[in-house]
Design a protein around this ligand. Structure first.
Ligand SMILES: Cc1cc2nc3c(=O)[nH]c(=O)nc-3n(C[C@H](O)[C@H](O)[C@H](O)COP(=O)(O)OP(=O)(O)OC[C@H]3O[C@@H](n4cnc5c(N)ncnc54)[C@H](O)[C@@H]3O)c2cc1C
Length: 364
């Protein structure tokens, strides 16, 4: 067999691909991480949250994200859709930290490079050739790159191309604030109209984030966010001057949480991870933790495959591995949320369990 250049080619340096490259490099494999965009160059700020489970998973690969973490959140306040009912679920440990996604992904890629991964930026994978014992990724910049295995981590775009009908969108409005808010809760709004529609707002170090995710059309989701913003401002839950953000939401497509519906995440010498594989928590839309988790399991699978004479058989094990470990986390709650709503607002234990479902994918 000709020298394949790398043991593994990872396409996509989001958090899933970056984590995968870091873990593979830390295990001593030769890895190339291929990313079409320049890493670390700020595009729009992308305020998100990251959970302790993600940080722990990355720490096992010596990736430390403490330098990019924003303020910790203290818990959750649930609101009814009309904002007349609310209940707080305080958590002993921070359930999540505010983070800028661009900074987080850049830091993971930087540390992957520090662990020995070859990071190629501004390099788009334009086509892939798969043979029995190697993969070749054709790029617009570096020419063809050869590897023994391929990990596909190209994010929502890849997933929504094949499952467009079920994709949804997230609309975010950011409002810088002059005074820092002491409110450290994540505010989740339950029971909004529309399929899998969830509203939230929180204050990070610099301002207010209002967000709505849903499966409806973009116009409808934007309108719903505008209405929620006005309702929250009119009852002074958020500053009144956010009324001016009407119609200014930034819309991003989000893949449907479809991992469980994929026939397989394994191709010839290839694994698919992260949002490209539909690895999204159904309850919260959390994609960072499942992205990193799927990367961890892909690495475990690849480490078995490199030392095996039956590589494809070893790769097939990825499907069983992630389904048996992540399946429960990814599955939608088996209880109807509208049915639960009155109980959540009248029973703190139920509110705590709902918080566990949203932050950690636990069953309600
Ligand atoms: C508005 C919004 C808010 C969200 N908020 C949260 C949140 O607060 N918490 C949370 O946990 N999750 C959140 N999510 C989900 C989460 O951000 C994603 O699921 C997660 O970032 C996906 O990571 P990934 O690495 O799979 O994909 P991405 O981060 O999308 O990375 C894919 C990478 O692949 C690159 N790429 C694509 N095609 C090619 C190619 N052909 N060649 C080379 N490179 C290529 C892209 O440039 C990109 O850098 C949010 C999603 C949205 C849309």
């Amino acid at each position: 067999m000709r020298d394949p250049g790398s043991d593994v080619l990872v396409v996509g340096a989001g958090v899933a691909g970056g984590a995968c490259a870091a873990m593979l490099a830390q295990a001593g494999l030769r890895v190339a991480l291929i990313e079409e965009r320049p890493i670390g160059v700020a595009t729009d700020p992308t305020p998100e949250w990251v959970t302790p489970a993600t940080l722990e998973c990355l720490r096992t690969a010596e990736v430390d994200l403490s330098s990019v973490l924003g303020p910790p959140l203290s818990g959750v306040t649930f609101h009814s859709a009309d904002l007349t009912q609310q209940i707080e679920s305080l958590q002993a440990d921070p359930p999540a930290y505010c983070v800028d996604y661009g900074a987080l992904a850049a830091e993971v890629a930087r540390q992957a490079a520090g662990l020995g991964a070859h990071v190629l930026t501004g390099c788009r994978a334009t086509s892939v050739e798969l043979s029995e014992d190697a993969v070749t990724v054709v790029t617009n910049k570096e020419g063809p790159l050869r590897g023994r295995f391929l990990v596909w981590a190209t994010g929502a775009e890849a997933s929504t191309n094949s499952n467009g009908a079920k994709a949804g969108c997230v609309v975010t409005v950011q409002r810088p604030l002059t005074a820092v808010s002491g409110d450290r809760s994540m505010h989740w709004v339950l029971g909004l109209p529309g399929e899998r529609t969830l509203g939230c707002w929180w204050f990070d170090g610099s301002g207010l984030m209002m967000r709505l995710q849903g499966r409806g059309d973009k116009v409808g989701v934007c309108r719903e966010l505008d209405e929620l913003t006005e309702r929250a401002a009119s009852v002074r839950m958020i500053p009144c001057d956010v009324m001016g953000v009407r119609g200014k939401g930034v819309v991003r497509t989000v893949a449907a949480p479809l991992a469980l519906e994929f026939d397989s995440h394994v191709g010839k010498n290839t694994l698919t991870i992260g949002e490209a594989g539909g690895f999204i928590a159904s309850s919260s839309g959390d994609g960072i933790y499942p992205g990193v988790w799927s990367a961890r399991l892909a690495v475990d699978t690849l480490l078995c495959a490199v030392g095996s004479r039956h590589t494809q058989d070893e790769l097939q094990g990825f499907d069983t591995l992630w389904r048996s470990t992540m399946g429960e986390y990814l599955r939608p709650p088996d209880t109807d949320t509208p049915f639960l709503l009155p109980i959540i607002f009248s029973n703190r234990r139920m509110a705590d369990r709902m918080a566990g479902a949203l932050w950690r994918g636990e069953n309600v």
